[in-house]
Design a protein around this ligand. Structure first.
Ligand code: AKG
Length: 294
């Protein structure tokens, strides 16, 4: 167990009670602008038909997208595997220091993502990250870096304080006109979803069992970009192996036992149902809009 050195007792108490902690201004304006401009350049470059980048990230053109801006600006998955800046920021020392206090041990990086969430984009229904990562024992922690100011209008994060204490719940089907993901966890009785209003450069750390999500970006002219990484503690024995390899903060590649993800939590049958419903929704939606399948 590492002794706490960075966070105050109040911050740690709030983390224990709520399952999340907002650290204001952890990244500077220059750092945020660099990450933002870097990913906007990646998105532009990847729109070029023969770009080698398209092997990693393949957004559709406005003509192909059928009006779904998330097809033009899909999230970038695991960019740390091929992009130096993403890897460097995933392994940012200030993030590591906060995580060390939250885990009470050395953190290890499991995942990076970049969300563009442009105007008109759907949100991501309420969910719990450890439903997917299935970390054993314990849970994962997310570090959600706001690249733009984020609030209710542009689809900022919603959190359900204290919901991490209830453990991972089995989700139902989300409203896919509002969410680009299929599963939705109901707000447990006695709890409520509240907005986490953030400034660019703030980082929201949250427990993998804390229910959270976002609504659509209904602003006229504001992106809601975010660089999001997930971490596990060094004592992790196993997790959903789809996230391997993990990366230690000193750059080592690590794997642990392979545990299946959601199948172990809610059953393969349930998951197959969600998948079928999502595919049916996408087929209908694409047929109606004339969009290419992505
Ligand atoms: O950024 C969002 O809208 C949702 C992100 C999220 O829920 C996650 O990374 O787990």
């Amino acid at each position: 167990m590492t002794t706490t050195s960075l966070l105050s007792p109040e911050q740690l108490r709030s983390w224990e009670d709520n399952g999340f902690l907002l650290v204001s201004g952890l990244f500077s304006g220059e750092e945020v602008a660099q990450i933002r401009d870097h990913f906007m350049a990646i998105q532009r470059e990847a729109q070029t038909p023969n770009s080698p980048l398209r092997k990693k990230y393949a957004p559709l053109s406005p003509e192909q997208s059928g009006g779904d801006v998330l097809k033009e600006f899909p999230r970038v998955m695991h960019p740390h595997n091929w992009d130096e800046l993403s890897r460097r920021q995933m392994l940012n020392e200030r993030v590591q220091n906060v995580l060390r206090d939250l885990f009470g041990e050395e953190p290890i990086a499991a995942q990076s993502m970049f969300y563009f969430k442009p105007m008109g984009a759907r949100g991501q229904a309420l969910h719990q990250d450890n439903f997917y990562l299935n970390v054993r024992p314990g849970t994962c922690i997310a570090a959600w870096l706001a690249i733009d100011d984020a609030d209710e209008e542009n689809g900022g994060m919603n959190v359900v304080p204290g919901s991490h204490k209830l453990g991972v719940q089995c989700p139902g089907m989300a409203d896919m006109t509002q969410s680009f993901t299929t599963e939705e966890v109901a707000v447990p009785e006695g709890h409520e979803a509240v907005p986490a209003r953030m400034k660019a450069g703030d980082v929201l750390f949250f427990n993998g069992s804390m229910i959270h999500g976002s609504t659509p970006n209904v602003s006229k002219d504001r992106f809601r970009r975010a660089f999001i990484c997930h971490y596990v503690g060094d004592s992790t024995v196993g997790m959903n192996g789809g996230y391997y390899p993990l990366t230690s903060f000193d750059g080592q590649t690590i794997t642990r036992e392979w545990v299946e993800g959601q199948l172990n939590t809610c059953g393969a049958e349930d998951w197959a149902t969600y998948t079928k419903l999502r595919q049916a929704w996408e087929r209908d939606h694409n047929a109606a809009s004339g969009a290419a399948i992505h």
